[in-house]
Design a protein around this ligand. Structure first.
Ligand code: NAD
Length: 490
């Protein structure tokens, strides 16, 4: 039996490699602790290089098999993806709880984003796959015919972070599988128990054995997988620093790579914005503080018109104070703990730096009075400009910096004065004006009076926020190559 679940812990003994629960090659384990309670939650085997070799070999064999997965009609693969969505549907409540227990995401957030959202992604991608024709023939411009084929790339390596482990995996495996690739997924060590539940869903679906494997492990294992000679494409979400290392490897190997990296987005408040928290609070939370600030797209630089600066500082302090802080599994919680003690230390170091640079902490800035957990109060900085470290670097914690501006052009200039360009939002009483501003911000995604990624639209970053796009109608194309066959048609 692979899993021993008790109310106290989930202990997994085997790895899901090549469609079978397999004894790991070593006795090393990854132990997970709750960031809310610091209690032991469970463990999984830590995959080793030998296990990655097994997973990649199985993926290669499944890819090469005549009449197998890569040669199925797109609609057949779409059916298999839908069966995976059905299996995830059965497990979505447990999935959300496992993610929240491990990374501190409030369960009311994970229910939607880690439970429902991956299912929506899979079903959307499956519907797109059904629209695709593998081959299309048209007249050759110089006589005869050309048949253009869309072919899968081969074995895909997907490497995902801990902050939204399931949804960010789905951004990769859904289009990769729809295109006919096989895949090896490496989850982050912080979130491995949900990856076991995902593997169980794959196992119960009609996706054939070998097509999907899961190799829990750390960065060295990730680096090994990225450079593996039998991998054909890498899809990565994580920090910009790791993305740069992965890009270097892929550059050397001329291996296609999609990178979804960090962010430091701006929330631009226009002078006409009606900031009634009773009305916009939930949307503002998603746009600025979602998942305890551990969300790549949130707009943590709040740009406020100077004429309304003091009022907006006060409003954000009240907003931050109003968010219920508590155990991630408590359904009323909106601010849970940070994912690890290391992550909290990092965020605290940023807060100290903000203070040292002359910033005023108008609320938060300290640990709440609790016995356990890696909590930090939502923190609002005033009195800093866009050159401060807390305005330039990705903190990945609940820290907002309010920056004054004079005029819309300056607001846009400040928003664009960033190494990143992933998310952002504009708040205004006039949506047309908001859309005009949104068009001028150099970012991959942006909302007007709202922000929520849309499975049917591209998601990704400008500048150091990444290369390539996930989701949307072109998602599958990122996992395909095209072949032109010239023929006479006689
Ligand atoms: P991280 O880069 O340290 O790790 C992410 C994943 O990559 C983990 O699975 C890790 O084990 C692996 N990894 C790390 N270094 C590697 C290497 N050199 N080679 C191969 N694999 C490697 O990031 P993290 O701290 O776990 O996650 C937070 C980061 O993810 C933040 O910077 C955040 O902005 C980013 N993120 C980006 C998006 C997006 O879509 N752009 C979404 C979510 C998170």
């Amino acid at each position: 039996m692979k899993t021993i679940s008790s109310p106290d812990a989930t202990v997994v003994r085997e790895l899901y490699l090549g469609g079978a629960w397999t004894a790991p090659s070593s006795s090393a384990t990854i132990d997970v602790h709750s960031p809310s309670t610091e209690q032991y939650l469970g463990s999984v085997p830590e995959a080793q290089e030998a296990d990655v070799d097994i997973a990649v070999a199985a993926a290669r064999a499944a890819f090469e098999q005549r009449g197998g997965w890569s040669e199925w009609a797109p609609s057949q693969r779409a059916d298999a993806l839908d069966s995976l969505a059905d299996e995830l549907e059965k497990r979505k409540g447990e999935m959300a709880r496992r993610v929240s227990a491990q990374n501190g995401m409030p369960v009311q957030v994970s229910a939607g984003l880690e439970g429902d959202f991956p299912i929506a992604v899979i079903r959307y991608i499956a519907s797109q796959a059904r629209l695709q024709e593998t081959e299309q023939t048209h007249p050759h411009l110089l006589g005869g015919l050309t048949t253009v084929r869309r072919e899968p790339l081969g074995v895909v390596a997907a490497i995902v972070p801990w902050n939204f482990p399931q949804v960010l995996s789905s951004f990769k495996y859904a289009p990769a599988l729809a295109a006919g690739n096989t895949i090896v997924i490496k989850p982050s060590p912080e979130t491995v128990l949900d990856s076991v539940l995902f593997a169980e869903a794959v196992d119960a679906s009609t996706i054939p054995a070998g097509v999907v494997s899961v190799v829990p492990g750390g960065r060295e294992l990730g680096a090994y997988l990225v450079a593996h000679p039998d991998v054909d494409k890498v899809a990565f979400t994580g920090s910009t620093a790791a993305g740069q290392q992965i890009a270097e490897t892929c550059g050397r190997l001329l291996r296609p790579v999609t990178l979804e990296l960090g962010g430091k987005s701006a929330s631009i408040i226009l002078d006409d914005a009606d900031l009634n928290l009773a009305e916009i609070g939930q949307r503002l939370y998603t746009a600025t503080l979602l998942n305890n600030g551990q969300t790549c797209f949130i707009g943590t630089r709040i740009l406020a018109p100077r004429s309304r600066y003091d009022e907006i500082v006060e409003l954000f302090a009240a907003f931050a104070d109003s968010l219920p802080l508590g155990d991630a599994l408590d359904e009323t919680t909106l601010v849970g703990p940070l994912a690890s003690a290391r992550q909290r230390d990092r965020v605290e170091a940023f807060i100290a730096q903000g203070r040292a640079e002359g910033g005023k902490v108008v609320t938060g800035g300290k640990r709440p009075d609790r016995d356990t957990g890696w909590f930090l109060e939502p923190t609002v900085f005033a009195g800093l400009d866009n050159s401060a470290a807390v305005a330039r670097q990705e903190i990945f914690g609940p820290v907002l910096t309010l920056i004054p501006y004079d005029g819309v052009d300056q607001a846009i200039a400040i928003a664009n004065d960033s190494d990143y360009g992933l998310g952002g939002s504009v708040w205004t009483a006039d949506e047309a004006r908001g859309l005009d501003v949104a068009r001028r911000v150099r970012t991959g995604t942006i909302g007007v009076n709202t922000y929520l990624p849309d499975p049917s639209s591209p998601f990704g970053g400008y500048k150091q926020s990444g290369i390539g796009r996930e989701l949307g109608p072109d998602a599958i194309a990122a996992y395909q190559q095209q072949k032109s066959i010239y023929h006479l048609g006689v």
